[in-house]
Design a protein around this ligand. Structure first.
Ligand SMILES: [Zn+2]
Ligand SMILES: [Zn+2]
Length: 255
């Protein structure tokens, strides 16, 4: 199972892209602005999109993806999300005002966009590639994902602030190799981090202390544009024992 980072920034500008991962050739985990860097041929191969939550930086490319491949792709695209997230997307994106409702296009029986409800702790298995929603704590209903391949696994927290239930789940994973965790703000913006239910470095340290698996590699994502260096400096200063690295666009993981 090959996971390529398509975007890992909190914003856009220059080379920055918002959150998204391409798994092998056919699966997205979140679909931020980096999906637009894929060729039309690559876009046509995407059949599954796992969504952590409804925020725009994680779903921005889904409407345009559907419109682009419609007519070129024979099979529907299946969107995996919690019922709460799906309801938000239906009400506020696929509402015919912001974008057409592709879950009834070309018709309700055979739509371009299919919905598959997911639940925390319940695994979706796509040909041996396993995706399990994890608890998260954000300003809208949100999950992270445990991705499990043939050899090892990865946890992507999505957007979350402090969340004990997440660590209880992560600490039960036996073959965890990579942890991708957000740190959206610097410590100078701790009030915004709390208000928006993200993390800043001092909050990240408290979360990582709950981790009982010291043998994994930790990557930091969702850095606010213009603050990346400050955030990583604060993390290196306060959480040096965890050896956190910044996640980069184009990074490829094998699990
Ligand atoms: Zn968010
Ligand atoms: Zn976000």
């Amino acid at each position: 199972m090959r996971i390529k980072v398509l975007g890992c920034s909190g914003g856009i500008g220059g080379v920055l892209r918002t959150t998204g991962f391409l798994v092998d050739e056919d699966i997205l985990v979140d679909a931020g602005t980096g999906v637009g860097d894929l060729s039309i041929e690559q876009l046509c191969k995407i059949g599954h999109v796992f969504v952590t939550h409804s925020h725009l930086d994680h779903i921005a490319s889904i409407p345009l993806l559907l419109d682009t491949v419609f007519g070129m792709r024979q099979e529907p695209i299946t969107l995996y999300a919690t019922r709460e997230t799906w309801d938000i997307l239906k009400a506020h994106i696929f509402n015919w005002k912001i974008w057409p409702d592709f879950s009834v296009i070309p018709n309700e029986t055979n739509p371009m966009l299919c919905y598959q409800e997911v639940h925390v702790g319940e695994t979706v298995d796509l040909g041996g590639r396993r995706f399990t929603p994890l608890p998260a704590n954000h300003v809208v209903p949100a999950v992270g994902y445990h991705l499990e391949g043939a050899f090892s696994s990865m946890v992507f927290t999505g957007d979350t602030t402090s969340c004990d239930a997440l660590w209880e789940a992560v600490n039960r994973i036996g073959n965890l190799k990579y942890l991708i965790i957000e740190t959206a703000f610097s410590d100078g913006e701790i009030e915004i981090a709390r208000l928006s239910k993200h993390l800043c470095p001092s909050m990240l340290v408290e979360e990582l202390k709950k981790l009982r698996r010291p043998d994994m590699r930790i990557y930091i994502t969702h850095l606010k544009p213009g603050e990346g260096e400050v955030i990583m400096h604060e993390i290196e200063r306060d959480a040096y024992q965890f050896n956190c690295r910044p996640l980069y666009n184009g990074h490829i993981f094998q699990i």
